[in-house]
Each structure stands twice: as C-alpha cells, then as structure tokens.
Design a protein around this ligand. Sequence first.
Ligand SMILES: [Zn+2]
Ligand SMILES: [Zn+2]
Length: 164
Amino acid sequence: MMQNNYADYDVPQNLKFKTLDIVRMGGLNCTAQIPAENFAGVLQAPNQITKAAVELCFSLANKEIIVTGKISGEREVQCARCLRRVTQPFSETFCETYSTKTEIIDIMYVVLQTLALTEDIRFLCAPDCKGLCPRCGQDLNQGPCGCQEESFSPFAVLKGKFNK
Ligand SMILES: [Zn+2]
Ligand SMILES: [Zn+2]
C-alpha cells in the first residue's frame, strides 16, 4: 500500500508526479509498490519480477528537482543450464534531475528503464552449473548420469560427419 510522509499527498499510482506538487511541498519522500502489469511490453521477461517497490526522495535545488530512488524486490529466475528456479532479491538505485519547468516527473519511466537495463536474462544458478544431460535430461549437478559423454559431444558429432 502507498504511504508517504506528507499526510495530504496521495502518491500517484502511475508514478507520474506533478512538478508543482513537489515544489509546493518543498520536496517529498515516499514509497510505492510497482504493480506487475507495468512490466508487460517493457521487460523481456515481465513475469520474472514477483515483487517490486520503490523508495523515492525528491529534493529541490535551485531550479531543479533531484530525485533519488531505490527499487527493490524479488525476481524468480530460471537457470539457463539446469532450469532450476531460484528466487533472488534485487536492489537498484537511480538518480535523475528535472527542471522545475517540467510539468510531469515520470518516475515510472525511470523505474522501468532501470529494471530493463538490469534484467538477468541469462541467469546461471552457479557459474559452473553443469546443466542437464542432453540425452537423458538428468541434472548433472547431482552426479553423472551414466550416458557416454563422448558419443554426443559436439566433437563426436563433427567426427561422425567427417567419417561419412
Ligand atoms: Zn543451474
Ligand atoms: Zn544422461
């Protein structure tokens, strides 16, 4: 749920803040949940993020508004080799400056761009994950499966081609 330090201010759900409101309040600290429906069409794997919230701090400086933000949440990712699913916490920060002449400060845009840039699209559960046996499908992290390694290595396939 939304909450803020400014009792009379409702944080806009779409995170598009009116610059005038921020100036009138002399800045703003707030937090907001990011509903998952915002990720579709922006992230390559929009269903990966199972939880996301942002902490925002707007401060006024001269004719500018400086916004620092911290996005944190959880991703459910799948190992690209062994297909194991792992829940991973994440935390990203950003800092943007806007002119007080800007009418709308679109924080949702910044949040989505930050998440898009930090997507983990080729996650590995461990740097040396052994993956699945391409023949029998056993998770090789749990031990050898007994299939003959040589018979389906890429080199063996090449060798077979040359011998024909
Ligand atoms: Zn793995
Ligand atoms: Zn096998």
